[in-house]
Design a protein around this ligand. Structure first.
Ligand SMILES: [Zn+2]
Length: 454
């Protein structure tokens, strides 16, 4: 599959004090020696940068399945031998759009959004799952498992069906959007709803995957990160290899920011770009352990300090309702190395930003809107200059959570309050940009009167 690649890939512990190396096909998800996260280390191709860019571009007109996938098209960056059988739904190839209303709202002169919600199952997860499920197949796995807030579940369910593997999904009961749950059911996964939150589900799947007959597919699995990192290459190709000053992503389990950081770093090492974009992460206020850690620590402190999990994370942006993000150390590395920031935004800010992204004719799920809300905050606080270029990564499709959208536009969106400490009024998310449906008589005159007053 990969003639240009030389040498072998391996797995390596990311902890500076350890750095232990392991064979690429050893079925582990963390360092057996120190418990650290693992990186897949790929021998990058020994090929001229211009030739590599031309090779990737030439595949855009190919009819070969490997070339038609927006992930496998960049296979020189991936840790697989020639002729590996791949499991693909032709993921990637997602559009990048100008978003002028979102730009104005954020205080920027211009803004582009890369819509990862345009993947086969409607979220960015597909770019990582295609690679991790291919590795699962190579290892001979029969059963794959994940904990999910909904999107990973939908993606894994689809890809495991394609790969003819058993799929077990743990989700927090009552906390997954109907759209995401319905996908997993349709793709015939075994969906287990647990009494607990995502972090509880994550803990359980980690324990279950100690049995080597069960393969763990959460983003702690370094092969997920390998797939997701190709988004950096696709994004740069779409901008003619002009490096944007800022790239902004939502922060939940922090696999996405980790992957983009790794992708940009490898492209820099290959000489395909001459600098990294500043990578910033935006969390929801009620689920912001990473924002709290990075805003309170210097780089030196960060090397010693650990993330303090949020015990009972709260946000209506369920895709990022995570209190103990497993990939925080990789994400911190990406943010610090690139000179970015981590901020958090309120439920009201997320909801309003989502409506604005919708007004650009683009739309996204709530978690994705943290990017535009975060950009607005970063511009307002002077971290980002209005003239600087920025790309927001939208992670999920607008149809992933229609209940939320309808409630916002009907002025019926409320944050949860298990402690009953706040009144309904305090929990109400205003429909600042609400566009509620209007009841009219079924007559031409009545409709014309509405049109006249638009
Ligand atoms: Zn280690």
């Amino acid at each position: 599959m990969n003639a240009a690649k030389e040498g072998k890939a391996l797995q390596r512990c990311i902890e500076r004090s350890c750095g232990a190396k392991f064979e690429i096909n050893k079925q582990i998800y963390s360092c057996p020696r120190c418990g650290g996260l693992l990186d897949v280390v790929v021998s990058l191709p020994n090929i001229n940068g211009l030739e590599l860019k031309a090779l990737w571009k030439s595949r855009l007109t190919s009819m070969d399945t490997h070339d038609q996938s927006g992930v496998w098209r960049f296979r020189e960056l991936l840790p697989f031998p020639e002729e590996s059988p791949i499991v693909t739904l032709l993921e990637g190839n997602t559009p990048i759009y100008d978003a002028p209303r979102s730009a104005r709202y954020s205080g920027l002169k211009a803004l582009q959004v890369k819509h990862q919600g345009m993947n086969p199952t409607g979220s960015f997860k597909d770019t990582g799952i295609t690679v991790a499920i291919t590795q699962a197949k190579l290892l001979g796995a029969k059963t794959v498992i994940c904990a999910s807030t909904g999107n990973t579940a939908a993606s894994l369910a689809a890809y495991s069906a394609r790969a003819d593997m058993q799929c077990v999904i743990l989700v927090p009961h009552g906390q997954v959007s109907h759209a995401k749950l319905s996908q997993s059911l349709d793709y015939d996964a075994t969906v287990l709803e647990i009494d607990g939150n995502f972090d509880d589900a994550m803990q359980l799947v980690s324990e279950l995957a100690e049995d080597t007959s069960i393969y763990l597919m959460n983003s702690i699995n370094p092969f997920r990160i390998e797939g997701q990192k190709t988004v950096a290459a696709e994004l740069l190709e779409q901008t003619d290899w002009q490096v944007s000053e800022h790239v902004v992503v939502p922060g939940g389990n922090l696999g996405n920011s980790s992957a983009l950081g790794k992708g940009f770093a490898e492209l820099l090492e290959l000489g395909l770009i001459d600098r990294m974009p500043r990578l910033s992460v935006v969390q929801a206020d009620g689920a912001a352990p990473f924002a709290r850690l990075l805003s309170n620590s210097t780089i030196e402190q960060l090397r010693r300090e650990a993330l303090v999990p949020v015990k009972d994370p709260q946000t209506l942006a369920t895709a990022i309702k995570i209190g103990a993000p497993v990939s925080w150390k990789k994400s911190a590395r990406a943010v610090i190395d690139s000179g970015g920031w981590v901020v958090s935004v309120s439920e009201q800010e997320i909801a309003d930003a989502k409506a604005i992204i919708g007004r650009d004719g683009i739309g996204c799920e709530p978690a994705s809107a943290t990017t535009v809300a975060g950009l607005k905050k970063l511009v307002a606080t002077g971290r980002i200059d209005p003239a600087e270029s920025a790309i927001a990564i939208l992670t999920g499709h607008a149809l992933k959570d229609t209940d939320y959208t309808i409630k916002y536009h009907r002025e019926a969106l409320f944050t949860h309050d298990r402690a009953r400490a706040r009144s309904k009024e305090e929990r109400h998310i205003r429909g600042t940009f609400a566009n509620s449906p209007k009841r009219v008589k079924a007559s031409k005159e009545a409709i014309l009167r509405v049109i006249e007053h638009m």
